[in-house]
Design a protein around this ligand. Sequence first.
Ligand SMILES: [Zn+2]
Length: 412
Amino acid sequence: MKRIYETDSYIKELKTVVTASGTDDGGRHYIELDDTIFFPQEGGQNADTGELLLCGTDKRVLVLDGIISGRNKCSSSVHGGQGSSQAGTEGIRIRYIVSEPLPAGTEVVCKLDWGPRFDRMQNHTGEHILSGLMHKRFGVDNVGFHLSDNGPVTVDFNKQIRYEQVMEVQDEANRVIWANLPVKVSFPASEELKEIDYRSKIEIDGQVRLISIGEEAKIDICACCAPHVALTGETGLLKILSVVNWKGGIRVSMLCGRRALEYINREHDLISNLAKSMSTEAVNVPGIVDSYREEIINLKSELAGLKEKNLLEEACRERVIFTDDNIPAPVMKNIYNALTERYDGFVGIFAGNDESGYRYNAGSRDLDSRDLAAKLKDAFSARGGGSPEMIQGKVTAGKEDIYRLFAGMGEK
Ligand SMILES: [Zn+2]
């Protein structure tokens, strides 16, 4: 079987023959092909999809997935894996999951879903450019790579590099893209390979596939089995989205090509619509948000002052007061002090509601407040405690039941 995508990633159509077929353990129909242009799922990258046109008919069968077997253990990643369509690949098989059964011997024309494939080629090549430059500049290695079809591409590096430094590499990566440098595939003989200093170098049997970027591999050279673009310019654009600490190193999220443009369009629409709703230019949005924040803080403190004033007035009429949960602890304490100044016996302020419960400050200036804590605990399994002067805690009970408990203590 020739894996044509390894030598030419631009072949979108190929006539070939089904060499085997069957049903897997999950009940899915699968086939194997004589030669193939469909990259299987490998090392964090999804398989190509497409369709098979049955020769001499107008029937079409969908290719839904591709699963490779027979690689050695290092091919758990696309980088450093064994990858060649020539030598050392006996035993490697690819099963393609198809939409309906097809007998061996069927002649078919493979048609690749080019959109998703080219999108992965753009992002995958971008990852090589970024990893190559990071390696050259900081000596860090790419130790994890995930190219999901939704969401960002993530690349993990084994050393902590500051965000600003990664952003400098982003600039350099885009200069490499705009220089439209060649991305070449090679299959060096094992003797020659020993002399080459490439990323993801590991001892494996069989043929290694190298991807080099730039004349004389000046930008990068790395072992890899996936399809890439032929010129860096096709990557379009490389945008770093975030840099976070990750297992002692960093995880960089990025996007290239069409996906980078879509991301930037989304962000641009978001900020533009926000600016429009504020009747301003996008550049003014951060300043306006800051002024809103300040205004909210001022209004909140004004509201708290008014609330406290109301509650203090209520404290002149009621010894047990209920309010909503939006009241700071120091204000609760002030109200409690006002209540004890006005009344003998047990008093209390409860902030919250019947469903989620109430925070409370309660007690008495002439009786032992802890007796009240015991009563609240007995009646409602209330949490909390305190001193003879004041108790505080949390209780989940109905307002009326709490009133009744105070009345039962002869104070309401
Ligand atoms: Zn690669």
